[in-house]
Design a protein around this ligand. Structure first.
Ligand code: MN
Length: 290
């Protein structure tokens, strides 16, 4: 199943090129979730609600997806985790970059030592919102990533059990302004965490260890890789983070970016494509308005 959020915070099921409105389910799920629950209510309810959502989608009239404003498919992630330096060729390019540009933040090329970092929840946007770029005089980079959406609460999850904790997947951009500040500061600018165009449930991705994806800026191909090159694969990422944090339904987990990161400027269109079921994440970079 493909689930999106669109227009004025509506919830949709995507079938073919059409969005079917299931907002009534979203309203009921949110109303029945305790305020203090550390979850995204819709993601937490997905397994239980799935048959009902499918029936509702079939009965609801469709609207062409090209005519809706896509928002991030997860409205309230409890937290946003992100893996640094998780592709060998990206580690190499960052090493070279840091050797030639003075004053950049130090980084550990070893994910085991560096650990996972967090991005601000309020940096999250969907495709229709654009990326309001700050600091145009500095280098602002795209990072194309496959994103895991956690579906079940767990701590100290062994990698053999990790698949049970995944609700689904989406495409993401971990936007970054390069510089000397702490990583989470530079990567938490409003709009610097992009998710979309929709989320797919885990059953739609038969082999998460072999997901090709590529990123274009305007017409130029910048990144082209596959999750088969991940240093920490998906089960190990979940095992690693859950040794430090309890994972909750709706947590987003950016799995790291491959080589080819590069600068963008206002007006640029970024397009991230992968397997057909994941859709195309297309978003424009724009100037930040003070
Ligand atoms: Mn990243």
């Amino acid at each position: 199943m493909k689930i999106c959020r669109y227009d004025d915070d509506r919830m949709g099921v995507v079938i073919g090129d059409m969005v079917h409105d299931v907002t009534a389910a979203q309203t009921e799920i949110r109303a029945s979730t305790p305020y203090t629950a550390k979850v995204d209510p819709v993601v937490a309810a997905l397994t239980t609600w799935r048959p009902k959502l499918e029936a509702m989608a079939k009965a609801a009239p469709g609207k062409p997806i090209s005519q809706v404003k896509l928002l991030p498919p997860v409205a309230r992630p409890p937290k946003i985790l992100a893996a640094p330096t998780n592709y060998a060729k990206h580690v190499q390019e960052m090493q070279q970059f840091r050797d030639t540009v003075p004053g950049l933040a130090r980084f550990s090329p070893d994910i085991e030592k560096a650990g996972i970092f967090l991005k601000s929840n309020t940096s999250l946007v969907g495709p229709s919102e654009g990326i309001p770029m700050r600091f145009p005089d500095r280098r602002n980079d795209h990072e194309a990533e496959l994103v895991i959406i956690i579906g079940k609460q767990g701590s100290d999850i062994p990698k053999e059990k990790a698949w049970d904790y995944i609700a689904g997947y989406s495409l993401g951009l971990d936007m970054t302004v390069r510089g000397p500040e702490d990583r989470s500061f530079r990567k938490s600018i409003d709009g610097y965490t992009v998710l979309g165009p929709w989320m797919i449930t885990a059953d739609e991705l038969p082999n998460p260890a072999d997901v090709p994806f590529n990123l274009h800026v305007n017409e130029e191909k910048r990144q082209d890789s596959n999750t088969s090159f991940l240093i920490f694969d998906i089960p190990r990422l979940i095992e690693f983070a859950s040794q430090f944090y309890t994972l909750y339904p709706g947590d987003l987990y950016y799995t790291g970016t491959p080589e080819g990161v590069g600068p963008v400027k206002p007006g640029d269109w970024i397009s991230l494509k992968s397997l057909p079921q994941l859709g195309e994440l297309k978003i424009q970079v724009r100037a930040h308005q003070k």
